[in-house]
Structure formats: C-alpha cells, structure tokens
Design a protein around this ligand. Structure first.
Ligand code: HEM
Ligand SMILES: [Ca+2]
Length: 808
C-alpha cells in the first residue's frame, strides 16, 4: 500500500461532505446504546464482535434537558445514578448527549443541594481545619532528596522556573486549605461521597477566612486582540470564562473522581475491600520489556507526542516551603517512611522483597509525591483538582513559554527573533544556568532553556525544541525581508502566529490520524479542511486538559519509547535506509536524560533527526522498555526509577476511576470477569487485580488491540479524540477559524499556505543538512514503507510554504 494514500485517508473528508452521514449517526448511536465488547491484544475469537443493527433516529431528550455535544456534558452530571447517557441528534447531523448541564459544566439546580439547609461553614469547622492543616504542614520528613539521585531528576519534570515553583507552592497551599476544610465539613455532616463527587453540595467559602483564596477570573481588556496571550487567558471572552485553558488552571474530569473520601484521599481499596496491589508489582508482573518495533511508525511520532504532551499539560508535585522536594522513603530507599513521619502529600510506592530487579539493591521504597492542586475559583467546596502549569491550548507554549515573563526572557528583541546560542555557526537553544533544569552540578554539562522546563529530559526532545525555535527565526527572517518596515514586535508576533498554526496543522493533519485512526478523526470532526474556513468554535466548550488524558491516555506514548537510539549517520542521499542492528553508535536512553551535551557535537542534530526518521517506534502495548521501567533518570546510579509504576500511582493520585468506568462511558460493555478476556491477558490481570473493576485505566488501555489505522486501543483513542476536540472547538484562535470567530484569523491565501506545511518541510527547512540529506514525505512513517523513501528537500513531494501571503 502507499503510505501517502493511507495517511491521507484521514483527509478525504472535504468540507462539503456532511461529516456525519445519516447512516453513521444511526450506527454510532446504536453502538453507544448497545455497548460492544472491546478487543484486546492476542484476541482472536474469544469475543466475536456483534454487529449493531440499525435503529431509527434518536429519541428527543426529556423536557427541560438539553441535547449538547458530548464534550459539553460533564461526567458528574451524565453519570448521575450511573445511568448511561441518552444519545440525541444535534443540528447538522451531529450527535450529542441529553444532558442536564448548564453552561458552566455544573449540574442544573434541579439536581443540586440534597442538603440545602447547610450552605455556610460553621466556625468550628474552619478552626478545626486550620489546626489540621497546620499539623500536616509540620509533620514533614526532612530526609533530603539530593542532587544526583534519580528522585531529584523526577522532581525536575515538574520544574518550570524558580518563581513559578514558588507561586505554585502558595497556590497549592491555598487549595489544600480548601480541601481540608471540605474534608472536615463533610466528615462532621456525614455527607455521602456520591454527593461530593457529583458537586451536589452547595457550600461556599465566601465570608469565611478562606475567601481570600478564591480568585475570580480577571476581566479582559482587549477581547479582539489579534494575538493569543502568553498564559492562555482571555481566549474565551464570555464573562467568567476568561481563565478557561489558561496556565495554572485545574484539569477537567471526564468522570467523577475515585477518591476514598470523595475529596482527595487516594483510592487504595479494591472492589472487595482488600488493598489494591501496589503500582510497582503491577508494573513488574504485567508490563515487562520486549522489543516490538511498530510496522508503520518511527520514533519521530513518539517524540513529537511528548512535545505535544508538554504543550498541553504539566502537573506539579507538592513541595516543601523551601522549594525542596519531599522524600517519602527512609534513607537509601530501605523502607517506606511510617505514616506519622511522612509529609501529607506522600504516596510512596512499596517495593516487595521478591522484586527481581530492585531487591538486588536492597530497595524497598520508591519516592512518590502527590500532585499539587488549584484553589477553586468559584469559591465553592469541592474535591481536589489538579493544577496544570502550562497553557492547556495547543499554542506552542514549549517554544514561547506559558507566561509573559518567560516569553520575554526567550526573545532577542531584534527582528522578531528568539534568542539562540550560536554554536560555531549552528543555532542552538540558549544555554541555561538554572540548576534545576539539569540533574547535576557538572559545569561542563550543557543544559538548554526554552519555553518549557522539561526540555532537557531526553535529547531527542531537545532536537524538536531546536527545530521549532529555528522555524520561528526562519519565518521572522523572511517576514522582515518581505516587510522591511515591520518592527520587532510585529515580526515576533506574526512569526509566532504562523508557527502555532503550522504546529496545529501538523498535529491535526499528520500526527493525530496516526494515533487515533481515521474513524475517530471523522467521528469527532477533527479532520482539517482542504479549503475554506472551519466553523466549529463553541464557546461552551472548556478546552482544559482532562485527568484521564494527562494521567493515563496520553501516557500511552511511554509504551512507544525504545530503550536505545541506534544512531545512524547518513553518509549520502543514496545510502539505503537504516538496517536494524547496523548503527554507528548505540545510545541507551537513560544516558541522555537530563544530559543533552551531545547536542554540541557538530553532526548530532542531523544524526538524531535521521535516527528518529529511520528507527521504528515501539508498539503501544503492554511492553515498556526497561530504560523507563528500571533505569529512568538513573544518572550515575546502577538503578533508576520505574515510570510505569509512576503512571499507575499517578492515576490513583489523580482520582482516576477504574478502566471499566471509562470504557462504559465511551459506550462499551464492561468486563464482568477475567474469563471474558483472551486467556493470557485474563490470567495476567487476575494475578494483580481481584476484580475487573480494579484495573487501572493506564493498564487496561494499553492491553487493548489498536484501532484500525491507529496506534492505541478504542478507549484511549476516544479519550484522546475528546481532548483534541476540546483543543479545537474550545480555542477561539484555532488556525482554521475565520475572523468572525478568531480575531487573529488568517486570510484565505495565508490559510492555503499553512495547509501545505508538513513535518517533513519543517525538518527540511531547519536541519543542519550536514549528514541529513533526504526526508521521507510522510515524516512520522517508516521510510521503508512503499512510497515513503527519503526524497531531497526540493522535491515537489515536500511542498513549500510561500510567505509572500504575509506581505503586511
Ligand atoms: C521519551 C521519553 C519519556 C520520558 C523519559 C518521560 C518521562 C515522564 C515522566 C517522568 C513523567 C512524570 C511522571 C509522574 O510522576 O507522573 C511523564 C509524564 C507524562 N508523559 Fe512522559 N516521558 C517520555 C515520553 C512521553 C511520550 C512519548 C508521551 C506522549 C506521547 C508522554 C506523555 C506524558 C504525559 C501526558 C505525562 C503527564 C504530564 C503531566 O500532566 O504532568 N511522555 N513523562
Ligand atoms: Ca500550551
């Protein structure tokens, strides 16, 4: 088959075709009404798929209930009394959910306030909560996390800037006070967990000492600004929504949280009341390492995924007041600290004495600190909500930063350009002297600065950061030639606007279809148009990241990581693509985590780019490389951390519900018994889970068979599709919108140029071309696929964007 045609499958839908043909509505609504069994890896005939029968048009919603798009119907409303959502028809052939929601993702008054008599917080509760909070703040372990230890590096992934870390501490403290007060109140009043998680308590912090933690959204001075703000605020111009998607805002939820107390206490019990199996045990038993190269996609798809993940989400772990990391394990990780000596945010991962790896080092504990929370803006008592530090929008925040201050630090203030470090004629990211950006004090170590604090996490990520920063400067350079009178500010903002649009186009046109497959692209109306403007903006959609996406579904990328880079120097354009096993150098990934010094080698950028283009990524399945599950952030130590265990533990920290719940809300049949699964999968799962309702979302999702044309299973594909639908419909500045929606809209000629951009073009225009001589037109796909051999950068297969359309 031809790669290019298959890649374009996702593009075939033109804007005159109804994206939701009527037979599709019926089929899909039937799927949602009559849940289907999900398929798993190795599934051959254990669960024959039943074909849905056609049904008539959907029934109208009951009186007083609205039909809204799925992403507008918050789960806590939809899931009331555990009913399944009723599917209904929206105008234009779309389908939606009958939903009792109002405009603000809150339940309608009809369902609220089962305890209407208590709407104030008694003083006794405030006092008791304050005392409890103070005790908690002092019950702190002073075992330091020292530089050079893997735990130190783990904490660096939550780093942005020292100022932002401090601000995060203060906000998180406010949020904790609110959460603890809610805990005390609900304990005293015996409020059922169900009422808390469905926001069914009408309790406000107004007129209490906690009021100063509530920050109402600020009003926007300029609602028609041509350019996005740096922190993402004022994207939505409706009153009380200016903060939607802004940096520092809480994550959204697809389903109510699974906290034991409904508020913040993590799920530790299985359905039968026994203790859940520990995260490291699950990782060790279920998620072993095996080499399974993907037949279609290369490592660039993996790496671009992480770059996008960093654009849209960065959580942050709770810290000590000094800014230092919290340690939850006894010295040398010999034991889990006893509860009375732990910080309240500790959630250490126990390592069993029979652990075939960590036991060799006498390790019985892996440090794990819970995520910090965001104070509730509307001043109402509710469950803890995790704070994300970066703009939730797809707005190239890793390039420009998520605040005005960071953006300014990155600018040259000349010719609209970003500051770069000229390394003997090659533009690299500026070097940083921020000690928290890299793992050790070695003065010879190179460490880079960008709009995101995680840039140095792995060297292949640095390559993408450099590529996008160079693209900005390349565009600013051409714009200034075309418009000699344009000043620095104009050139900078225009180049930024173009880079964001290019990135969005590459994501929706090339990246996303590869991940979720063409079916979900069409179902969620994510396919970019060939011509004309899109009209999908919906001011009622909150673009915020969901916990299910950041805590599980998009962490699917961790399974696509290969533990080794087979570095390959392309000597000439004629040289055949990389043969596996033939490499000029093999780099183990833990050796290039927070250690990007190799970037200074003259041909390394090209060599790494070439490697990402040629080396297959790993399949997204239950295999995780030991580079991540044993040696993460190893540094100079003989062992590192286990990212798979972190993902499982993080899901519980974020209050993710069990896998079955997400499957069900997406319209599929729950698993009642492990015997419904392929024997091998069922056997393994039953070793670590007692009941299918105990399965962690990240684990269950990884076991599913990938969807047609995509790399992930049905549950992850839907959580990811939902998220990218929020990024598109909830972003007023989305590149395909016209000026009636987007005050920074492109002219139709400009949009036409943006639509030519491909990942291959970006590489062509910004690589060093010392050892990189050709690029595959479908850059995320393996070059050994028919029709995807590398071609020269002047080939018509890699179209060029003509910036003449930006003569200002
Ligand atoms: C290349 C190697 C990678 C490394 C070393 C890495 C490492 C990490 C680490 C240490 C965390 C935080 C874990 C925690 O304590 O919760 C994390 C979070 C995450 N990772 Fe990765 N990752 C890699 C690749 C990827 C890829 C390819 C993707 C997606 C395609 C991805 C998506 C995410 C997401 C969505 C989060 C959550 C971020 C947040 O909300 O804070 N990662 N990763
Ligand atoms: Ca962003």
């Amino acid at each position: 088959f031809s790669v290019l045609t298959s890649q374009r499958d996702g593009l075939q839908l033109d804007d005159t075709t109804p994206a939701w043909p009527s037979d599709k509505i019926q089929k899909e609504s039937t799927i949602l009404n009559k849940p289907q069994m999900v398929e798993y890896e190795e599934d051959s005939n254990a669960n024959p798929k039943t074909h849905p029968t056609m049904t008539a048009k959907c029934d109208p919603c009951p009186e007083g209930v609205m039909c809204v798009p799925q992403i507008q119907c918050p789960a806590h409303v939809r899931m009331q009394d555990h009913e399944k959502p009723q599917i209904c028809d929206l105008p234009g052939g779309k389908f939606g959910y009958c939903c009792v929601t109002g405009q603000n993702h809150t339940a309608s008054p009809k369902n609220k306030a089962r305890i209407p008599h208590i709407t104030f917080i008694p003083t006794g509760v405030i006092d008791e909560a304050r005392l409890r909070f103070q005790n908690l703040m002092h019950q702190i372990s002073f075992v330091p996390v020292t530089r050079g230890q893997p735990e130190f590096a783990h904490n660096m992934v939550f780093h942005s800037t020292p100022q932002e870390d401090m601000q995060n501490f203060q906000l998180s403290k406010s949020a904790m006070e609110q959460v603890i007060t809610t805990q005390v109140f609900t304990e005293k009043e015996h409020i059922p967990v169900e009422d808390i998680i469905t926001n069914n308590i009408d309790l406000e912090f107004k007129e209490t000492p906690l009021e100063h933690h509530c920050h109402p959204p600020r009003s926007c001075l300029n609602k028609r600004s041509k350019y996005r703000t740096f922190d993402g605020s004022c994207n939505n111009i409706r009153p009380h929504r200016s903060h939607w998607g802004a940096a520092g805002q809480p994550m959204e939820r697809l389903l109510p949280p699974a906290y034991e107390d409904g508020i913040w206490t993590p799920r530790i019990h299985a359905k039968d009341g026994s203790l859940l199996t520990g995260a490291r045990e699950i990782s060790r038993i279920l998620l072993g390492d095996s080499d399974r190269p993907h037949p279609k996609y290369n490592l660039l798809l993996m790496q671009f995924g992480q770059f996008i993940a960093h654009d849209v989400t960065q959580s942050s772990s709770v810290r000590l007041e000094t800014g230092e990391s919290i340690q939850c394990c006894a010295p040398n990780n010999r034991a889990v600290l006893p509860p009375e000596r732990r910080h309240f945010a500790c959630m250490p991962i126990a390592v069993e004495p029979h652990d075939e790896f960590y036991a060799n080092f006498g390790i019985r504990c892996m440090n794990f600190v819970r995520l910090s929370l965001a104070p509730n803006m509307d001043c109402r008592a509710t469950f803890g909500k995790q704070r994300s530090k970066v703009t939730h929008f797809l707005d190239a925040s890793p390039v420009y930063g998520s605040s005005l201050e960071t953006a300014r630090e990155l600018r040259l203030f000349q010719g609209g350009r970003l500051r770069m470090f000229n390394d003997f004629g090659r533009d690299m990211l500026p070097l940083t002297n921020d000690k928290s950006a890299c793992g050790n004090d070695d003065p010879s170590m190179t460490c880079f600065k960008s709009g995101d604090g995680r840039t140095n996490q792995i060297i292949s990520l640095v390559v993408l950061h450099i590529l996008f920063a160079r693209e900005h400067n390349r565009i600013a350079g051409i714009l200034s030639q075309i418009n000699p009178r344009a000043n620095d500010e104009l050139l900078y903002q225009e180049a930024r606007r173009i880079v964001i649009a290019e990135m969005q186009h590459i994501i929706y046109n090339e990246y996303l279809p590869s991940v979720i497959g063409p079916m979900q692209m069409k179902r969620f109306r994510l396919v970019p148009q060939h011509h004309g403007y899109s009209n999908e903006y919906n001011a009622d959609v909150n673009p915020a990241i969901t916990n299910a996406f950041s805590g599980a579904a998009f962490r699917m990328g961790h399974s696509s990581v290969d533990g080794k880079f087979h570095i390959h120097q392309q000597q000439s354009p004629q040289q055949p693509p990389l043969q596996r096993g033939h490499a000029d150098e093999i780099i183990l990934i833990p050796d290039v985590m927070f250690n990007p010094s190799r970037m200074r080698l003259r041909t390394f950028l090209d060599d790494m780019m070439s490697t990402m283009l040629h080396q297959p990524m790993q399949r997204v399945d239950s295999a995780i490389t030991q580079g991540l599950s044993r040696f993460l952030f190893r540094g100079h130590n003989p062992f590192g951390l286990d990212l798979a265990a972190f993902n499982i533990q993080r899901g519980r920290d974020q209050g993710l519900r069990c896998y079955n719940d997400y499957m069900e809300v997406m319209g599929h049949r729950r698993i009642q018994s492990f015997s419904q699964l392929p024997p091998e999968v069922g056997r393994k799962l039953s070793q670590v889970y007692r009941h299918p309702d105990d399965i962690d979302l990240w684990v269950g999702g990884l076991l599913e068979k990938s969807v047609e044309g995509g790399i992930v299973g049905i549950t992850f594909s839907e959580i990811i599709a939902d998220q990218f639908s929020r990024f598109k419909t909830g972003d007023r500045y989305y590149y395909e919108y016209n000026s009636s929606i987007n005050p920074g809209a492109f002219t139709i000629d400009q949009l036409h140029e943006i639509r030519k951009v491909t990942m291959a073009r970006l590489i062509c225009d910004n690589a060093d071309h010392l050892t990189l001589h050709g690029v595959s037109p479908a850059a995320f796909m393996r070059p050994d696929l028919t029709g995807n051999s590398p071609v020269r950068c002047d080939s018509a297969q890699i179209p060029v964007i003509d910036l003449e359309a930006w003569r200002l």
